[in-house]
Each structure stands twice: as C-alpha cells, then as structure tokens.
Design a protein around this ligand. Sequence first.
Ligand SMILES: [Zn+2]
Length: 315
Amino acid sequence: MSNYIVFDLEWNQGGSIREQELKELPFEIVEIGAVRMNENREITGSFSRLIKPQVYKKMHSITGKLIHLTMNDLEKGAPFLDVISDFFKWAGEKPVFCTWGNLDLTELQRNMDYYHMDPLSVGPIEYIDVQKLFSLAFEDGKLRRNLEFGIDYMKLKKTHPFHRALSDAQYTAEIFQKIPESYLSYVSFDNYVTPKNKRQEIHIVFDEYAKFISREFDTREKLMRDPEVISTRCYLCHRNLKKKIRWFTPNGKHYYSVAWCEKHGYMKSKIRIKKAEDGGFFVVKTSKFISRELAEEIKLKQQKSKLKLKKRRPE
Ligand SMILES: [Zn+2]
C-alpha cells in the first residue's frame, strides 16, 4: 500500500544586493505545497503553507521573478520548524515522496539540517521523480522538461498559476496519474544522506539496467580501489565477469568498463564519482547490456583517452 506524497517547494535565495549568501543555506524554503495520493493514485488530501523567512529578508531578483510571492505575503507565514513538523505529521507513515525533478527533496533536507531537525533517513531516500518518469514514458528518458511542458503534453487544464507550491504539486500529481503503471518501478534515490556502511549501500535492478550506490569514502583513490565499486559482476546471473575493456576515464569524472557474460553478452558499466554533502566521495554505478557494436565504440573511446594521457605526460 503506497502513500504517495507529491510535494513542491518554493524558495528564495541569498546573494541579492546588500544580502550575503549563507553557505550552508543557499536556498531558503518559503512555501510548501503537497497532495496526498492513495495506491490508485487518487488525490485524497492537500497541504499548503507559507514559511516566514528567517535568513533572507529580501527577495532575490531571480527568485522574485519566478515565484508569485512578496516578502509581505511571506510575513504571514509560520516558522520553518512548525510548518515542516506539521507537514510530516500530515504526510503520515512511510510516505513515498514524489517531486518534479531532483531538487526539492535535497533542499528540504538542507533546510532541515540548518534548523537542526532530525535527519529524514539514515541513508539515501527512495522517491519518485515524476519528471524522470515523464521522460521515460513519453520521451527519450534523458530529456528533462519543465512542469508546464508536461501539462501541455498531457493536454491538462492550466487552472492555477505555476510556481506556487500547491498548484505545482497538483500539476505534478496530475501528470503522475497519467504515467503507466509499468514505469512506477523506476524509483530514484536522493543522496543527500549517503550510505555510511556496506549494509546501507544500494543495489537495485531495473528492467534494462542495474544501479549501485556505494558508501562514502574520504578519497577518490580509496573509492576506486574498493572491490565492490570496481567489480563487474553480472547483475542477472551474479557471476564475476571478465573485463573486455578495463576501467578507463575519458575525463576524470566518469569511468567505463565492458565485461563479457557468456549467458547475457556485453555488460557496460559506468561509474560516476559524486561529492557527498559532508565532503567525502561516493559512486553511482550503472550497468546495462549492450550490443557488440557499442562495445567496439567504447573500445575506441578507451584508445582515444589513452592517447590523450600520453600526450599530457610525455616520457
Ligand atoms: Zn550473466
């Protein structure tokens, strides 16, 4: 039984004239709107509150143009702590958060941290990125459209203004209702809190690929020596595979390899090294099966990056 909580935040940012940006809080949440959906994705309730700013007292020119709120409006809001505590009470047990894009859950946690609230979880949070599902279901899976594009695409009525939290949450929910059931398994993970030990690491297999989120390491070097990070085990039959193309990096950020499974063919893996909020490093590794042609293309890429390396470091 799923308890979907589709939410949207509006925030103001620091760095406007005569107001310094606070490093630990670049975006201050000023409004939250949400709708609740049952497991049939029927809307069963809503939540909408303004938050009285405590950090930035001036509306930044960028956010001011975007959100339809003035500082006068926000003065009527309640303190962040009260609003967010009410929000979680309203959200209920084991909410499955749904947002348009991957920013809101991160910023929510950053704001909660600023006010020393208890963390939302001990590791990455599984959630539904409706923007991503929209792309997977109706476009190429890679494009990321804005909410209004999604509404137009679905021919839904534009009855409320965009960039107010509750209306954006409602629009997101309406698009979510149109996503075919088969796409609901494509969950996302918010890594504001990274896995801290092996047990919290995430292994998940989707229809066409697998994903691994590692625990945090203090250096990139340690990370790229970890057996699980660099393993190329087949995610379908769990055999350790021989690498056809060893790990290489064309840019220092992403690493690629191709391994061969007798049963399943060429498995390409990609490691993305990410910086954690508290300064350490972790990886997101994805693996999928590819054609021989694609494997050969990757071989060429590897040869090119070897050449580049040689040019940079003449012997
Ligand atoms: Zn296999």
